[in-house]
Write a protein that binds this ligand. Structure first.
Ligand code: HEM
Length: 335
């Protein structure tokens, strides 16, 4: 994990530095500036490659040992099933693992940290509402975490979506290059020649008062309130012969476009279109579970003011030096 997260930190830093250098110097400066990336990559490969080779040998279809059910094993199986020898090369598999860690580590950490700061600077009533939601959802399965429990956490979903709306990492999203040799002509007549880079102002769109009411105010339940209202309207319309719970569930599903994973022109912290983040469904489940666990297992001191986010180049990141005070519920206080 240290090597993967070290690589994930070193890579954007190296790329940012390289972009400041004149292009003719990049062949000379590139290898020097990216030395930390090579170092982390080598250390990572040293740990992972023997495990890939071991698994390829042990799980060759002849063993009775239970296969691990994890991302590494899926990659190994996918490589074997493809029938393409290169897909099973350990160096290809470990490069994929590293790239996936790169896509997943900071994005998820930042999303959760921003949400915690937002919630702690809001009101205790919000924290209580989230705790109640977790308790009620877990009561349906005698305390066992299941997919259905996570789906019931619509207030958590909303709080995370609201933080990603206000504090998305991206100031500019959907960065794309025009590939059509004839270029593209935008609806307003602007011609974009082949090779031009384009993007949209994600952060400005997410905070646009024409799209969101009072966008500067953090309302953790902005989206869940709309989903609940839709469900209530549906219950009221249900004839006595039908099940109101089912009607409410159907209405909530119809409002799934307000859940965190649902991206569109007015909400795209995960990108949009064909290249939209494929990891967002995993991230949403992971973040909801971590948030629910943190709030139900720890008392966290509320904050008087929201520590402001920081900007590194065009990326908005959580305040690196801000601290919170936590106490295991019924335990010791730590900062
Ligand atoms: C809160 C967490 C996350 C955020 C905010 C996030 C955000 C993004 C964004 C903005 C993109 C670019 C999309 C575009 O250009 O339209 C992206 C792409 C991608 N993400 Fe995520 N991501 C998150 C978590 C994850 C996780 C957990 C994984 C993997 C387990 C993942 C895997 C990927 C991959 C593979 C791509 C490239 C997709 C492609 O180019 O086709 N992401 N993500």
């Amino acid at each position: 994990m240290d090597c993967a997260s070290g690589w994930a930190q070193a890579l954007p830093f190296a790329s940012m530095l390289l972009r400041q250098c004149p292009t003719f110097l990049t062949p000379i400066l590139g290898p020097v500036i990216s030395l930390p990336c090579y170092w982390y990559h080598r250390a990572y490969v040293k740990i992972l490659q023997p495990e890939i080779i071991r698994r390829q040998r042990v799980f060759d279809g002849t063993t009775k040992e239970q296969k691990p059910n994890d991302f590494l094993q899926w990659q190994i199986d996918r490589g074997a099933a493809s029938g393409i020898p290169m897909e099973s090369e350990p160096k290809v598999i470990d490069a994929r693992m590293l790239a996936m860690n790169f896509a997943a580590i900071h994005t998820s950490t930042f999303g959760l940290t921003q949400t915690l700061f937002d919630l702690l600077a809001s009101s205790e009533a919000n924290i209580s509402a989230l705790r109640e939601e977790t308790t009620a959802a877990l009561a349906t399965t005698d305390g066992e975490w299941t997919k259905s429990v996570v789906q019931q956490l619509i207030k958590h979903d909303s709080a995370l979506r609201e933080s990603m709306r206000q504090s998305s990492i991206l100031s500019m999203g959907l960065v794309r290059q025009v590939m059509n040799p004839d270029g593209l002509t935008a609806p307003n007549g602007t011609h974009l020649p082949c090779g031009s880079w384009i993007s949209v102002p994600t952060n400005a769109i997410h905070n646009d008062p024409d799209l969101y009411e009072e966008p500067q105010i953090y309302r953790p339940f902005r989206f869940s309130a709309q989903r609940e209202a839709a469900a209530q309207t549906e219950i009221e319309k249900v004839p006595e012969t039908e099940d109101p719970k089912k009607a409410a569930r159907d209405a909530m599903l119809k409002k799934a476009n307000l859940s965190i994973v649902s991206v569109g022109p007015a909400f795209h912290p995960f990108g949009y279109g064909r290249s939209a983040c494929p990891g967002r469904f995993f991230a949403a489940n992971e973040l909801k579970m971590i948030l629910a666990h943190a709030l139900t297992h720890y008392d966290i001191q509320m904050l008087e003011t929201r520590p402001p986010s920081m900007w590194i180049a065009n990326a908005q990141i959580p305040p690196a030096k801000a601290t919170i005070t936590i106490r295991r519920r019924g335990g010791v206080t730590k900062s």
